[in-house]
Design a protein. Sequence first.
Length: 417
Amino acid sequence: MTTAGHIDEGEISSTSRAALRVLATALLDDLGVLTDRLVLMVSRAQPGYARLGASAPDALRENLAANLERGIQSLGGFVPEGASPDDTSRETGRKRAREGIPLEAVLHAYRLGAQVIWEGLLAASRERFGGRFDHDLLTASGWVWRVFDASSAALVDDYRREESRLRSRELGRRQAFLNALLDGEGGDTVLAQDAATVLGLPTCGPMLCVVALLDATADEPLRSPREALAARGLVSSWQVRPSDVVGLVALGDQPPSEVLAALRPVATGRVGASPVITTLARVAEAYPLARTAARTLTAPGVAFLDDRLPEALLAGGSELTARLAQVAFGDLLTLAEPERATLLATLDAVIDSGGSPTRAAQRLYCHRNTVIYRLHRIESLTGRSMSSARDRLLFALGLLAVPLLDRRRQDGSGVSR
């Protein structure tokens, strides 16, 4: 165990310091025995260390021995000149982070190492010196355990730094591979295989591309999507980009509806899903389709492209959408908002009711004659007739276009993000 160098030796008496020096010298003579004991203890207590012991027993034993030695040297006050009291702790922290051993397991191993040293000090005092240093040990016990705590703090510091470095590097690799797939490089079988490995996805099989738009109103358009999907047995990989969050979801034997159901509760922005693709080579095709599906929404939610193809056609071109709405509704769009909204809602109800004013009136909670009056008003303002199949189609498309245009005005630009 290694001490962080800031522990003040003035906290213990000169007699306790002398006792520790004598006992530490005795423990160094038994370093091999202490190491054997610690190897056995950590292997039994922590599965991660047991795996290390099985795959690289010499390396594990060497590391534990080095930490025990530096810890004993620190307590005895004879760390070699030029060496840092923290060096083995910090190196162990970095090494275990690279090996993927959980920090909790590493700290447990360090507590076991502290236990081995402390019990070794007591045993040396009693078995070699007839208990002569027991009182000095008890007097110095607080300082000794502060040394152990400082050792753990040094380890944690470098473990977390290395973990952060590895995470950043892995994030960079994931981003690079996802960008390559979005750029259409998934047709390269070697790149596709490497991308699948890094992203944790299959190279082929049914999957969806999901895009969550980074609108100003939703800084985090999806909250923990990976976890939400994992709860339903779905594997996914996600990447935050400048204008959106992109995810690839492996469906396995589940339908796209499972993905949509999992994401809806965690969607706080506009989210779109592509049609099903079967290889990573098609990610470049799926991405713009998923993004278009998201743009068909005027409020937070999740849209599957195949369910919103008419809206997707309108979302594709802002100029065409605006022109369609103008041609369909003409002067109706210039009305004050209360009347404009009422007439559009009435038209929507009539079309959705198969052209029946009676059923539309039931949906709108008003009299049938009121619906008929509003339809005459609409026909007068637009110059179109509900009896014309072509005009009804234009009205239906116009009703899809108006919310998209309103959304774009809210975004402050002519084109949705």
